[in-house]
Design a protein around this ligand. Structure first.
Ligand SMILES: [Zn+2]
Ligand SMILES: [Zn+2]
Length: 114
């Protein structure tokens, strides 16, 4: 029933809020419970380059993204800036402050302000 001529790109690109295993510290990261999807590990803050724009899952890079600093955005509060270890793409991401596994605040506060 499935098409074989889609080049393997048939997977949904909707933003998904699911468990994932951190590619940096190998810890199982539970899905977010605060209504936003999670895109980085709460314990080491590393992320994966899967988005071109936040939540779109449009990137094929899939390399690890290192947390390099903090920015404050009006209306959005603090955001951690991730830099891709392969292509250098930079992306600010909202911190997870509530729910089952909030971001490690000590690690967050150890980051430099950009
Ligand atoms: Zn991690
Ligand atoms: Zn990348």
């Amino acid at each position: 029933m499935t098409s074989t001529v889609d080049g393997g790109r048939a997977r949904s690109r909707r933003a998904e809020n699911t468990d994932f295993v951190c590619g940096h510290c190998s810890t199982l990261v539970p899905a977010n419970t605060d209504g936003h999807y999670r895109n980085h590990c709460p314990w080491c803050l590393w992320s994966l380059h899967v988005d071109e724009l936040p939540g779109d899952r449009a990137s094929d890079c899939r390399a690890l993204m290192e947390p390099v600093g903090l920015v404050e955005k009006s209306g959005k509060g603090w955001q951690v800036v991730h830099r891709c270890t392969r292509c250098g793409h930079r992306q600010p991401n909202r911190l997870v402050r509530d729910g089952a596994a909030p971001d490690d605040l000590d690690l967050v506060l150890a980051l430099p302000w950009l």
